[in-house]
Design a protein. Sequence first.
Length: 451
Amino acid sequence: MFKDILDALKAKAAFTALDRLARDFELTPHDSALQRAYGLALFDLGFAERALSALSPLLDSTRLDDPAITLVVGHCHSALGDIQQAATAYRALLNASQPDARSIAYWSLADLKQFRFTDVELTQLRQHLNDAQGTPQIHLAEFAMAWALDFAGDATHAFLQLQRANEKVAVHRQYPASQFNQQLADLERHQPSQARNYAPCATPLFIVGLPRSGSTLLEQLLASSPLITATHELPFVQQIAEAISAKAHPLSIYDAQFNAKQAQSLRDQYLQQAHRYLEGSTPFFIDKWLDNFWYAPLIFDLFPEARMLSVSRDIADNLIGLFRQYFGTGNAFAFDLKAALHYCSVHLGAMAKLQQQYPRQVMVLDYQRLVTETPLVMAQIAKFCGFEPISNVQAISGFSGSIMTPSGNQLRDGITTQYLNRSAQYSDGLAPFQTQIRLLENRRATLIGAR
């Protein structure tokens, strides 16, 4: 069975195809199809600057014939913090003949977070919403309109627009509530095993939790330390877990047993992939794959030295953050408020169990304290993780470098409290859920006060 697991992981190895493309591109640098494939692969793996270098030369000839190149070039500029260049790329797609390309362009502009549509663009967006109803990507234009209404201060109509957009997505992205109930039950009955001994390596800091909770802010604060390297949203633990689950079925992943040699092989497999993101040698690196809390027993079996950090945000604020955001993959709970409340509940249950099982390895942080008492909270994190406190953290005025997540552009101006109580303007839309929200908020308060 274990050989099958390793074979499955090698088949999924993220860099195998990229390395092949790089070799082929070096031999035939004028092959535009190969250049396109290489650039898109670089972006998918989080290398925005290199992807931009590969794709930009193709823009003049393919801007509208191949919208994917223009779109990804815009995404690269956005990840690197060049909002004007990103907006220029996205605006070019507003002239595309395909309605879906225009819907994607409208949402990409709105997803810059700090972007404002011109009056002319808003008129065109409204016309597009009328003309393109029934096309596969029209929900993206509806999300964009919701953001425009929000910026205009019209929360009532913004919420109605969000409901229409989310309903369209939820039809095709069913939320598997029973699956998460079972995962939580399996996690709660699991008992940690005795820690293994391994040769020292750079210590992974796993950032986990809910989307739109402040995880990217935590990542960037940690990465401001010279001792810590930020990587990308690394799927490698999940790939290991899925390979194990496929072979261990019908047993839970938590029931899989490995001897020391097998555990070392899985650890090496993870490190081999993660090291591709590490420049130089820092004693710590960040792995921000939010779902990794489900795999905490596997993580701490393979990396007993690891630390797991989760940012917990006010429930109502987090709900609205999820409901306003379009996620291209995963996170099916985000498109239905009842589903989001359920996932918030199982997430709180999982984090409570993990903090109880692994008190020296799992830490849950309050988002409000993170943005209002930043030096104190970061000092607590440093002590918990075992690195030197980050000097003068309050003086950080903005974050640079590549930030691939939707909140990246919101962080360019640095630490802010403006996203606290973000749900207040949507209180009418959330009114039917207030009882559940209060119950979850009480559980959250217990969780963040447990340490």
